[in-house]
Design a protein around this ligand. Structure first.
Ligand code: MRU
Length: 363
C-alpha cells in the first residue's frame, strides 16, 4: 500500500515539505515552507489540515523558523521563537493537537537553559521530529486497536471528512483500522460523505483510499440517512479534533448529524484519535472553541457563486457530538468505553490505574 505524506522534512533538512491539500485531487503539488509565517498561512488556508498533521506541521515550522535566528543574542532569539509559537497557535482554535505540539516546543526551549541559540535550534528540530515520529506510531496503534471494532467478514464503513494519512504523520486515525484490515486481506469498503463545504471527504479521503486500492464510494452528505436505512454500512468511524474530559467530541461539521442518524438506525458509532487529542482541561463539549470559516467558502467555495453574493452565511467548521451518542473511542492506548469521564482520567494517568491483568478492551 502506498500512503501519501502530508508533512515531512525537505531533502536538505532546512525546510518543511507539505503536500498542498487545497489542490487535491486535481494536482499533487508539494510546497517548501521556510518560515513560521508561511506555515501559519498554510495551516489557516488548509493546505495542511487534520488535527495531528497541523500539530506536527506547526512544530516543524517553529524549528525551521528558529534556524533563521541563531545568530541573534540569546534573549532575542528566544523572543523570536516565542512569537512564532504564538502566531502559529492563533491559526486554528479547535484542534487541541496544535496547542499541544506548540506547548511541547515551548517547553523544549525553556528546558534548554545555558545553551546557545544554535544548540536550542537543534533541540527544537529534535522535538519536532519526535512529534512526527511518535504520531506515526500512534496511528499504527490506533489501527491495531481499531481492528477490534470491525465486525467479522466483509465490512462496510462510513467515515466523514478526512481522518486518514493526510490528516496525520502516519496511516491516519479513523482510516488506520481500514488500512490494516485491507493489508490483512479483509474485504473492507468505505463510504465517505463529500463533507461540505470544503469537500475533504470527496477530494482527500476518496483520493488517498483510491491510491491504496481500497474500494471507496463518495456520497453527498445528505445521503447518509438513506445509506443507513438501506443497511449499507456496518459502522461509522470518524476522527476527532478535540475530545473533552467527559468524552464529548468536536470533529468536522456534520459528524454530530451522523451520530444521531447512527443511533436512530442502531449502527455503532466510533471515534478514533490519539490520546493527545483529549483535552482534560476542557470539561465538556460546549466549552470547546469552534472555528468559524469565511462565508465565501459556502457562497463561492470552488469558484462559482452558489448563493446570493451578499447573503449571510453561518459556517462553523466543527460540531460537537455528545458522549452518549458515541459507542467507543479508539485511542493509541486502547479503546475507551462509556462512561468516558472515568476512562479518560485513567488513560491520561490522572487517577491511579488499578492493576491490570490484560489489555484494555477496545469496545
Ligand atoms: O478542517 P480540517 O480538515 O482540518 O478538519 C479535520 C477533521 O475534522 C477531521 O475529520 C478529523 O477527524 C480530525 S483529523 C484526524
Amino acid at each position: 500500500m502506498t500512503f501519501p505524506v502530508a508533512v515531512r522534512w525537505s531533502e536538505d533538512g532546512a525546510a518543511v515539505d507539505l503536500l498542498d491539500q487545497t489542490r487535491l485531487p486535481e494536482a499533487e503539488v508539494r510546497l517548501r515552507i521556510e518560515t513560521a509565517d508561511a506555515m501559519a498561512e498554510a495551516i489557516r488556508t488548509l493546505r495542511v489540515r487534520g488535527a495531528p498533521a497541523i500539530g506536527i506541521a506547526a512544530a516543524m515550522g517553529v524549528a525551521v523558523e528558529s534556524a533563521r535566528h541563531v545568530a541573534l543574542p540569546d534573549a532575542e532569539f528566544r523572543a523570536r521563537v516565542r512569537s512564532a509559537i504564538e502566531r502559529l497557535a492563533a491559526t486554528r482554535p479547535t484542534a487541541v493537537n496544535l496547542a499541544w505540539a506548540l506547548e511541547r516546543m515551548r517547553r523544549r526551549m525553556d528546558r534548554a537553559v545555558g545553551q546557545t541559540p544554535q544548540e536550542v535550534s537543534w533541540a527544537l528540530f529534535d522535538e519536532a521530529n519526535a512529534i512526527l515520529v511518535e504520531d506515526r506510531g500512534m496511528c499504527r496503534r490506533i489501527g491495531e486497536w481499531g481492528l477490534q471494532v470491525l465486525p467479522d467478514g466483509d465490512v462496510s464503513v462510513l467515515t466523514h471528512c478526512n481522518a486518514g494519512a493526510l490528516a496525520t504523520g502516519g496511516i491516519g486515525t479513523a482510516l488506520a483500522p481500514v488500512y490494516l484490515a485491507h493489508a490483512l486481506g479483509r474485504r473492507v469498503r468505505v463510504y465517505v460523505g463529500e463533507t461540505r463545504p470544503l469537500l475533504q471527504g470527496s477530494r482527500i479521503t476518496a483520493w488517498e483510499l483510491g491510491r491504496a486500492g481500497i474500494p471507496v464510494t463518495v456520497v453527498a452528505d445528505v445521503v447518509a440517512a438513506t445509506l443507513m436505512k438501506q443497511r449499507r454500512v456496518d459502522l461509522v468511524i470518524t476522527g476527532a479534533d478535540r475530545i473533552a474530559a467527559n468524552g464529548d467530541v468536536a470533529n468536522k461539521i456534520g459528524t454530530y448529524g451522523l451520530a444521531v442518524l447512527a443511533r436512530h438506525h442502531g449502527i455503532p458509532f466510533y471515534v478514533a484519535a490519539p490520546v493527545s487529542t483529549i483535552d482534560p482541561d476542557t470539561e465538556t463539549g460546549d466549552r470547546i472553541p469552534i472555528e468559524e470559516r469565511d462565508g465565501d467558502e459556502v457562497r463561492r467555495g470552488f469558484g462559482r457563486l452558489t448563493a446570493p453574493e451578499n447573503v449571510p452565511v453561518y459556517a462553523p467548521a466543527f460540531d460537537v457530538t455528545p458522549a452518549d451518542l458515541i459507542d467507543g473511542i479508539v485511542t493509541d492506548q486502547g479503546g475507551l468505553s462509556p462512561p468516558y469521564g472515568a476512562a479518560i482520567r485513567k488513560a491520561l494517568g490522572l487517577v491511579p490505574a488499578p492493576a491490570r491483568a490484560g489489555g484494555r478492551s477496545a469496545t
